[in-house]
Design a protein around this ligand. Structure first.
Ligand code: HEC
Length: 275
């Protein structure tokens, strides 16, 4: 699914930004949680402010009397952890005695019971949503939907994209938007091995005139499309459509002669463009 998402978001901008319904749902959920937390923080802050105001209004005796009471959080803590203190344990001791191990009839702490009731409520809500009213899809249906969406995306890509070049006749694009698209892809996906400036890391330097697989547009296009078997240079065909490959290759060729600092030494054979 993450792989699908990657291809979806990186290949084509025209299909609803490459975002699936599920992703949108999770984003909405995340946003809702974030907003709730914010509201909570603000509420606590306002409460604190109110307390400070009340404090200002109180006389000295009132303040002194108040200081002796346990604080709000201390009371809350005691309430949620309510259990018999050690000194009162004899009251709840059962007369079971297993080889010196005695049993107390302690009740469960309220926070634990609270969680337990919460799970019951959750289960009921879950049951209603997923099995009774069926307002949300179950995992299997979600999966089917994602697969159908991916299939539709693939089909639409193939149908829409009619290119007037192939890997032999391709020429570099000069369109600034397409070059920028190529640059963006290069910097996010290829820079890992070739460095953002093309100087080379695990993969060879792409800024000089020396190429292992040829330096013509067609050569570069083919390497990106097919990869180099048994090396880290994979085939990008499944992730890039022909236009995108052309954009990346065109951008890459604009790096020729930039001579970035720290570039790897030349590798392969000298290639001189014909013109
Ligand atoms: C995981 C590392 C890695 C990534 C990512 C990677 N490459 Fe490569 N690339 C290599 C390696 C290693 C070689 C050298 C293969 C060989 O030994 O022939 C190579 C070779 C090349 C060549 C041929 C260089 C020559 O001298 O002929 C080109 C062009 C190229 N990569 C472009 C790209 C582009 C464009 C991307 C991004 C879409 C990319 N690479 C992503 C590792 C990588």
């Amino acid at each position: 699914m993450s792989c699908l998402f990657l291809t979806g978001s990186s290949s084509f901008a025209q299909t609803n930004g490459g975002m699936s319904d599920t992703t949108m749902m999770y984003m909405a959920l995340g946003l809702a949680i974030l907003v709730s937390v914010l509201v909570l923080v603000v509420a606590v802050y306002v409460l604190q402010l109110l307390r400070a105001f009340v404090n200002l209004q109180m006389t000295e005796e009132q303040k002194a009397a108040r200081a002796d009471e346990p604080g709000y959080f201390a009371r809350l803590w005691a309430k949620w952890n309510d259990f018999k203190p050690m000194e009162e344990e004899q009251d709840i001791m059962l007369d079971h005695d297993y080889d010196g191990i005695k049993e107390l009839d302690n009740h469960l702490p309220p926070w634990w019971k609270g969680l337990f009731y919460l799970t019951i409520v959750y289960a009921v809500v879950y049951l209603l949503i997923f099995h009774v009213f069926k307002t949300a899809p179950l995992q299997e249906e979600q999966y089917e939907r994602e697969m159908a969406a991916a299939e539709a995306l693939r089909a639409s890509k193939e149908a829409d994209l009619v290119v007037d070049f192939d890997e032999e006749t391709v020429t570099p694009t000069e369109d600034p938007a397409e070059l920028a698209d190529g640059q963006k892809f290069f910097e996010t996906q290829c820079a890992l091995c070739h460095k953002a400036d093309g100087g080379g890391l695990a993969g060879p330097n792409l800024t000089d005139k020396y190429w292992k697989h040829g330096g013509s547009m067609s050569d570069v296009y083919k390497v990106i499309k097919n990869g180099v078997p048994n090396t880290a240079m994979i085939s990008w065909e499944s992730q890039l459509n022909p236009v995108r490959i052309r954009n990346v290759a065109s951008y890459l060729l604009t790096l020729q002669g930039t001579n970035p600092p720290g570039a790897l030494p030349p590798d392969g054979e000298l290639y001189e463009p014909e013109n």
